[in-house]
Ligand binder design. Structure first.
Ligand SMILES: NC(=O)c1ccc[n+]([C@@H]2O[C@H](COP(=O)([O-])OP(=O)(O)OC[C@H]3O[C@@H](n4cnc5c(N)ncnc54)[C@H](OP(=O)(O)O)[C@@H]3O)[C@@H](O)[C@H]2O)c1
Length: 287
C-alpha cells in the first residue's frame, strides 16, 4: 500500500490545521485528502476553507483512506470506533491525535494487527511552527512510522516520545498555546486598563510575546537570566513581578499543567476521578 490517500475522520480545528499545512507545503495533494465531520455545516466549512472533499460519512472516509487520521474529540470515540473498525482495511495506518487515548485502546477497538501511531500536535502546526510528539503502537511497521513522520515533519518539530509521557506532553505542548493566548489576552486587557486603545493594546502585548519568545530562542540562556536582565533592584519590573509572586502565579501555572496531564490520563481511563488542587499538589510532591 502506498499510504498516499489521507482520510480525516473529524476535520475540526486540529484536523483542518494539519490538512492546511499539508496542502500549503505540497506534502499531500488536495485531491488525496478526504474528510468527514459530524454535521453538514462542518463539512461545508472544511470544503470552503481547504477545498478538499468533505462529507458526513466517516465510513466512506475510512474505506477510501490509506492513512486514517482520527481527529474527533476523545469523548466521541467510543460511539464511533466499532463502526469505523468494521470498515478498516489491512495495511492501513491509523494516526490518532486524540488527547489521552492510548494506542492500546485504539488497537483493542480495531481489527487485530491494525497499525496505529499516536501523535500529539498543537495549533501552531498550521504554520509549521508546531511541536508534535509521535508514539507508535504495537503493530506499526517501520514504513508506517516513517510515513507518519513525513506527515508530521511539515507541522513543526517532530519528537519521538514514549507513550507513557504523552499525557504530560499533551498538557505542556498540546494545550500550551492556550496558556500563551490567555497571557496575551490578559496583557492586552491590562494595557487597555492603562489607557491604550484596544488595537494598540493588543499590538503591544503581541509584540512583547513575539519579541521575548524570539529573544529566548536566539539567546539560548535560561529564561530566568533573561528575566533578571529586565528586573532591576527596586525597579518597575520588580514591583510588578512581586504582585505575581504574591498571587502564587508560578505555582498556579505548575498546578495547571499537572491538572491538564491528569485530565489527559483521565480521558484514557487511567484515573476515573476528578482531582482537587490539594490532591494534585500531594501527587506532585510524591514525584
Ligand atoms: N485543538 C487543539 O489544539 C488540539 C491539539 C492537539 C490535539 N487535539 C485533539 O484533536 C482532536 C480534535 O480536537 P479539535 O480541537 O480539532 O476539535 P473540534 O474542532 O471540535 O473538531 C472535532 C471534529 O470532529 C467532528 N466530529 C464529531 N463527531 C463526529 C462524528 N461522529 N463523525 C464525524 N465527525 C465527527 C466534528 O464535526 P462538526 O464540525 O460537524 O461538529 C469536528 O469536525 C481531539 O481529540 C483533541 O484531543 C486538539
Amino acid at each position: 500500500m502506498d499510504l498516499n490517500r489521507i482520510g480525516i475522520v473529524g476535520c475540526g480545528t486540529m484536523g483542518s490545521a494539519m490538512a492546511q499545512r499539508w496542502i500549503t507545503t505540497g506534502t499531500v495533494q488536495r485531491e488525496q485528502i478526504v474528510a468527514c465531520t459530524a454535521t453538514p455545516d462542518g463539512s461545508r466549512k472544511v470544503m470552503d476553507q481547504l477545498g478538499i472533499l468533505c462529507g458526513t460519512s466517516c465510513l466512506a472516509v475510512v474505506e477510501a483512506a490509506d492513512v486514517v487520521v482520527l481527529g474527533v474529540k476523545p469523548q466521541h470515540l467510543d460511539a464511533l470506533l466499532p463502526s469505523l473498525g468494521m470498515h478498516a482495511r489491512p495495511g492501513q495506518v491509523w494516526l490518532s491525535i486524540l488527547a489521552g487515548v492510548t494506542t492500546k485502546r485504539l488497537e483493542a477497538g480495531l481489527p487485530s494487527s491494525t497499525q496505529v501511531v499516536r501523535c500529539m500536535p498543537n495549533t501552531p502546526s498550521r504554520l509549521g511552527l508546531g511541536i508534535v510528539a509521535v508514539a507508535p503502537g504495537t503493530h506499526a511497521s517501520p514504513e508506517a512510522v516513517a510515513r507518519v513522520r513525513q506527515l508530521v515533519e511539515p507541522l513543526g518539530l517532530a519528537l519521538d516520545l514514549p507513550e507513557h509521557r504523552m499525557d504530560a506532553f499533551t498538557s505542556v505542548a498540546g494545550s500550551g498555546p492556550a496558556y500563551v493566548f490567555l497571557f496575551l489576552e490578559v496583557l492586552a486587557r491590562a494595557a487597555q486598563a492603562e489607557g491604550f486603545e484596544p488595537d494598540l493594546a493588543r499590538e503591544l502585548a503581541l509584540r512583547v510575546l513575539l519579541g521575548a519568545g524570539e529573544l529566548a530562542r536566539v539567546d539560548g540562556r535560561d529564561p530566568a537570566k533573561l528575566r533578571a536582565e529586565v528586573t532591576s533592584r527596586r525597579g518597575v519590573t520588580e514591583a510588578a513581578l512581586s504582585v505575581l509572586a504574591e498571587a502564587g502565579w508560578a505555582d498556579t501555572m505548575v498546578k495547571a499543567v499537572a491538572t491538564g496531564r491528569l485530565r489527559s490520563s483521565e480521558l484514557a481511563g487511567h484515573t476515573p476521578t476528578r482531582h482537587s488542587a490539594s490532591e494534585i499538589l500531594q501527587y506532585m510532591e510524591r514525584r
